[in-house]
Ligand binder design. Sequence first.
Ligand code: SF4
Length: 365
Amino acid sequence: MNKIGLYIHIPFCKSKCPYCDFYSLRTGEADCESYASAVKSSLQSWAERTDKKADTLYLGGGTPSLLGGEKISRIVLAAKESFDCDGEITVECNPSCVDGDFFKKIAAAGVNRVSLGMQSAVDSERKKLGRIADVKAVEQAINKAHLAGIENISLDLMIGIPEQNEKSLAQSLEFCASSGATHISAYILKLEEGTWFYNNAQKLNLPDEDLTADLYLQMVGFLEERGFSQYEISNFAKPGYESKHNLKYWNCEEYLGIGPAAHSFLDGKRFYYPRDIKAFEKGDEPIFDCDGGDLQEYIMLRLRLSDGLIFSEAKKRFDDFSKEEYIKKALLFERAGLVKTDENSISLTAQGFLLSNGIIEKIIY
Ligand code: SF4
């Protein structure tokens, strides 16, 4: 039986970043201790309902590191106990709230991968994004994680942020490449409705669409040159350091999400917990979203990956899959340099990734 991915949402942040619409509460507004207990109970209850085991665990947020080394370790150990989880174990950390002791504790519990919310290595840009710590703190966090024996480090980077230009992005990229990181997740800023950025977009001095596209391509070229292969629209890794957990999402494999706002795909069903910590702590059931995992969804997710849609794998999974109709549609984009096709696969180029939503929709439907 294939093992699932386990995601645990930690919905606490010190303060709200002005561009973020993830579900999180300010630490002062919540009881982290009772939340950690609720997560443990939920893990136990899910383990009783399914015989599936997990080989990846991802603690995301929010800011999981705000819980401190002890609570994180308790949650990780509970997940290992309930789901035999022994593979890649990642914790998202904010450089402003981690020290050597934190990393030692979580490493002892089995955490072997850390994702650091850097966003930019330029302090003036970091400030605009509401990041509390300066880039020195990011550097120190990496060193401390290394000293604790965690060598698999992912850095978050953002493209298209206020006042960013080729020069400032080059500075961030140089930092990424020389920092000892093994993985970079680089997302283009999206203005999410209801956020401060969304309501004040005119004041932000954001790069326009053309410049943002140039910045994305600059990043792809630079990271490839420095040994980080692009394996997904927004993700780059040194060989062997691709995120095993996130690959489950793009391979349309099963995962279980625990905590408010966490989504799951299990036994062909997609479901989620509402953005309500109280309901989760009370033990309310998640809400059914839709059936999942059909051919269209599989193709849509696979085309996010640099390897793209591999025909032999699609055929193994879907008996009635036939490549011809997809090749025919993909060829229309190949002429424009947005898609590559051969007898084995269809994949998007870096230029194509910039227009991925529209292209993928046209190939599928
Ligand atoms: S970006 Fe991260 S740290 Fe900032 S509010 Fe959102 S979840 Fe919290």
